[in-house]
Design a protein around this ligand. Structure first.
Ligand code: HEM
Length: 413
């Protein structure tokens, strides 16, 4: 691009990627990164093309990027009838009547975790609340013991690091594989037990479902569990932290949401457009393909820069502005296959957890906002977003008038 030494792997880019999105889209929409031996695409139309042209761009990369730590093939790398069948099982667990049931659990979970934090008048929304909340929520749906959340979170961090590293040292690679092995050893006997005595949870559904007349192997079920855990946990606490940060930065919009909580889905959708927590989605080029005059060769790894695509002025007016009222957001379809923003991906592998993620964030925000009337960033605290692949606040320290929860939080529904 314009500056020859520019690199997506540089510290400057990591500090504030959004500063470079415009230049990438305009001057280097097909940017090659020699150190990662990969191509980075930044325009909305090119990213959409990569994610919807399943013949030209496959998810083969995941065999190397994900399979070793998922301990088996993940949903995103499957195709055809197998993908459709297994995806349907997961979708069913996270939408419709199952989701309505889960909202109650999500709320109870949030209330339990928030009570001690609210009484203090200060909390780190990301680390003290968001992370445990997201892990426990996923464990509940799977039917795993939520008391194990801390141990599971430690192992998932290793799995997540492996999947999301653009480059990984041999040492870290070994540590991540060990952590993934421990998680597999923990889950395999549970899967075996659920197969014999199924319940109403997702693991039981995966164990008892048949594909082409054959039930999934224990290894396959374990891989799908790890897949769902990583996919569900990594972006959720980030989205919640980003939502609160954007609303605090835009007091008029915060006041609008307080006055009219039905605006919350739009605020969440705009957060996902403006700062998507999953910034990179990888694919493998199956044939030479031309974008803006540059040919991406067959066999190459391609990364879709979701953050840059979501700020493409061809699709969103004044894209660098956070505006939950923007007419081009299409809030109502933001959590469906018709979404304009690409935070959940698009095409065959579009996120199966979009409705669940929305429910998680909406439940928490609807609980918090009326209670935290004077919420503000802790004076003197530093705010920093980190991560190249998944990105969000390292911490979000909030101050507010302490809340005595027993009187105000609805425990019964
Ligand atoms: C705000 C929260 C979330 C964001 C931003 C997000 C983002 C994404 C993205 C970008 C993809 C596409 C990956 C690709 O095309 O290769 C994806 C796929 C997926 N997501 Fe999410 N996700 C979120 C929450 C969740 C939750 C709560 C679950 C729980 C079930 C989940 C489960 C999955 C699964 C299983 C896939 C693979 C689907 C397939 O290949 O068919 N995600 N997600």
């Amino acid at each position: 691009m314009a500056e020859p030494r520019f690199s997506i792997l540089s510290e400057e880019f990591a500090a504030a990627p959004e500063r470079y999105f415009g230049r990438l889209r305009e001057h280097a929409p097909v940017h090659h990164e020699p150190a990662a031996d990969a191509w980075f695409l930044s325009r909305h139309r090119d990213v959409r093309r990569v994610l919807t042209d399943h013949e030209a761009f496959s998810t083969e990369t995941l065999q190397v990027r994900a399979e070793p730590v998922m301990r088996g093939p993940v949903l995103a790398q499957m195709t055809g009838a197998e993908h459709t069948a297994k995806r349907r099982i997961v979708v069913r667990a996270f939408t419709g009547p199952a989701l309505q049931e889960q909202v109650r659990t999500l709320r109870a979970n949030a209330v339990e975790l928030l009570a001690p934090l609210l009484a203090r008048g200060r909390m780190d929304l990301v680390n003290e609340f968001g992370k445990p909340f997201a892990v426990r929520a996923a464990l509940d749906v799977l039917g795993l013991d939520r008391e194990d959340w801390r141990w599971i979170a430690g192992r998932l961090a290793g799995v997540g690091e492996f999947v999301t590293a653009v480059t990984l040292t041999e040492d870290r690679r070994r540590v991540c594989l060990e952590l993934a092995g421990e998680l597999e050893a923990h889950l395999a006997p549970i899967v075996e037990q659920r197969r014999r005595h199924p319940g109403a949870d997702l693991i039981s559904a995966l164990c008892t479902a048949e594909f082409d007349g054959v039930a999934m192997s224990i290894r396959e079920v374990v891989a799908l569990i790890i897949n769902v855990l990583v996919a569900a946990v990594e972006p959720a606490d980030k989205t919640l932290g980003l939502l609160l940060k954007h609303l605090i930065d835009h007091p008029a919009q915060l006041a609008d949401v307080r006055r009219d909580p039905s605006l919350l889905p739009a605020a969440i959708a705009e957060t996902l457009r403006f700062t998507p927590p999953v910034q990179l989605v990888p694919r493998q080029a199956e044939r030479d393909t031309e974008f803006a005059g540059t040919v991406v060769p067959a066999g190459a790894t391609v990364f879709c820069l979701i953050g840059a695509a979501n700020r493409d002025p061809e699709v969103f007016t004044d894209p660098d502005r956070f505006d939950l009222h923007r007419p081009d957001l299409g809030a109502a379809r933001s959590f469906t296959a018709a979404a304009q923003h690409l935070a959940f991906g698009t095409g065959l592998h579009q996120c199966v957890g979009a409705a669940f993620a929305r429910a998680e964030i909406e439940t928490v925000a609807a609980l918090l906002l009326p209670l935290l009337e004077d919420v503000r960033l802790t004076p003197g605290s530093t705010y920093r977003e980190t991560g190249l692949y998944t990105r969000g606040p390292a911490a979000l320290s909030l101050d507010f008038t302490p809340v005595r929860t027993s009187a105000t939080l609805p425990y019964h529904h």
